[in-house]
Design a protein around this ligand. Structure first.
Ligand SMILES: NC(=O)c1ccc[n+]([C@@H]2O[C@H](COP(=O)([O-])OP(=O)(O)OC[C@H]3O[C@@H](n4cnc5c(N)ncnc54)[C@H](OP(=O)(O)O)[C@@H]3O)[C@@H](O)[C@H]2O)c1
Length: 364
């Protein structure tokens, strides 16, 4: 009886094995039919392309700010913080503690960003203050509010920007890109300088662009009145940002306030909103896979701003240009002492500031 059941069990096992072997061979046959050598080659090419694309994306994602420094007790102002690089910079700095002031022209968008930042970081000390860099009046009102309300300002990030818009003028008649990207930040920074000096050690960071390398400062056509090329005007305004930082750092020597400019990388944000590619749904659709590989996310684009704002390595470093969280060479035109000084004087005249070392407001 015992032997009989053993025999039965063995034959069951054998039958099961046979069935399993046949099933496996059926699967193998099917796989062989599906994965022909041709398909296998195609799949490996596909895998290599995807893998390569991921590696490229990783490479172009750029450096990450590794500093763990916290900023409790410090006050930070970030212009244009309601979207893109500015919002991500604000989010990171909010996570590090401190008081974060979102200086924005569109208060509805800014309040939405503020709720998002508070929600994600848990930092309740994130506030919105109205600032339109295309209006000297708005800049002055903003600065007065900051000076009267804030005991100190430790970090100012001149981040807002407009790119390749049509020939528009600011409220005060300046060409829009020169007016917002350079003159607006020039005026704002000067109005806040005393506050920043009394808060020293403090940092001023101006977001420029690699586009500054093709910029030129034409003192006879600062406002593009005798010829406007939208891409050139952007590059010129970004060169002005680098030159402004160059001159500012000289004027700030010995004050404990440092000033640096930077290129954030090529970042997927709203900055291209006035360009043809951005407006054309078809081009965006075709180009988006390519952009996906080569273009940084806003979070990646914010890394160099964050680095310049908090990293210990930047302490005492002033008048420099950064990219990918590293000091880099700006174009030699961005280090031209004579042009930087003249641009400062012209800018001060245009916004109505007197020349007195660091510009002081004219007594009217
Ligand atoms: N993205 C890139 O590839 C790239 C490359 C190099 C340099 N940059 C620079 O990075 C900075 C941030 O740009 P982004 O890429 O983050 O673009 P973005 O998403 O378009 O952000 C630009 C910000 O600037 C604000 N802004 C524009 N005009 C203003 C004004 N008159 N007053 C106050 N705020 C104003 C915008 O406010 P609204 O939302 O109200 O318009 C927005 O918050 C800019 O200086 C840009 O030139 C960007």
């Amino acid at each position: 009886m015992h032997e009989q059941s053993l025999h039965c069990a063995l034959s069951n096992v054998r039958g099961g094995l046979l069935e399993d072997t046949m099933a496996a061979s059926r699967v193998l046959n099917t796989m062989n039919r599906i994965f022909t050598p041709r398909l296998t080659v195609r799949l490996s090419v596909f895998g290599t392309v995807i893998g390569g694309a991921v590696l490229l994306r990783d490479y172009f994602g750029g450096a990450v700010c590794k500093s763990q420094n916290r900023i409790e007790g410090k006050t930070v102002i970030i212009t244009g913080a309601n979207s893109g690089i500015g919002k991500e910079t604000a989010k990171d700095l909010a996570r590090r503690g401190g008081r974060i002031i979102l200086a924005c022209r569109n208060e509805v968008k800014a309040e939405k960003a503020q709720r998002e930042i508070v929600g994600e970081t848990g930092n309740q000390d994130v506030v919105v203050r109205k600032l339109d860099l295309a209006s000297l009046k708005s800049i002055k009102e903003f600065a007065q509010k900051i000076i009267s309300e804030e005991p100190h300002v430790d970090i100012l990030i001149n981040n807002a920007g407009i790119m390749r818009c049509p020939f528009w003028k600011t409220e005060d008649g300046f060409e829009m890109q020169f007016g917002v990207n350079h003159l607006g930040h020039f005026y704002l920074t000067n109005l806040l300088l005393d506050k920043m000096k009394s808060s020293a050690p403090s940092r001023i960071i101006t977001v420029s662009s690699l586009a500054h390398t093709t910029g030129e400062i034409d003192f006879d056509n600062l406002n593009s009145e005798s010829g406007y090329r939208t891409a050139d005007a952007y590059s010129d305004s970004k060169l002005a940002c680098v030159l402004f930082t160059h001159e500012l750092s000289k004027k700030l020597k010995g004050t404990g306030v440092i000033a640096n400019s930077l290129h954030p990388g090529v970042v997927k944000t709203q900055i291209g909103r006035h360009t043809g590619v951005h407006k054309s749904g078809f081009s965006s659709f075709i180009l988006s896979p390519v952009f996906w590989m080569f273009v940084k996310t806003p979070k990646q684009g914010a890394q160099t701003s964050i680095y310049c704002a908090v990293a210990s390595e930047v302490e005492g470093v002033s008048g420099k240009y950064f990219r990918d969280c590293t000091e880099a060479d700006c174009h030699p035109r961005g280090r031209d002492d004579a042009v930087a000084q003249r641009l400062w004087e012209e800018s001060a005249r245009l916004v109505g500031l007197d020349q007195d070392g660091v510009a002081q407001e004219k007594q009217s």
